[in-house]
Write a protein that binds this ligand. Structure first.
Ligand SMILES: [Zn+2]
Length: 107
């Protein structure tokens, strides 16, 4: 099983599919489905009719989830899209590190 290396709030780059080359922040992550919603990526357009007087009608744009396998982490330190490895800290906690610059991603 693939270990989930991405977390909510991470900046990621889309490496395949129709949004290839786009990047954004992870808004929601669904580990059991292997999917995530990325800010500004995979936008779908919905036409909505108002169901009440207070509701807005018109076109709503929202992000749809995409496969985590299509994503690569963008390191907040060096800005490269990178693979992640783990180190165990002195207190026993694990931290992810960027394989390119070696910087810890959790502080
Ligand atoms: Zn880095």
């Amino acid at each position: 099983m693939n270990k989930l290396k991405l977390r909510k709030g991470d900046k990621v780059l889309v490496i395949s599919g129709k949004d290839k080359g786009k990047s954004g922040k992870i808004l929601v992550i669904f580990p059991e489905k292997g999917k995530a919603i990325i800010e500004g990526v995979n936008i779908i357009t919905k036409h909505q009719k108002p169901r009440s007087a207070n509701e807005q009608s018109g076109i709503i744009k929202k992000e749809a989830s995409i496969d985590i396998s299509n994503l690569k982490l963008v390191c907040p330190n060096c800005g490269e899209h990178t693979r992640v490895s783990y180190i165990v800290l002195e207190d026993g906690k694990k931290s992810r590190i960027c394989k390119i610059c070696g910087e810890m991603l959790e502080k």
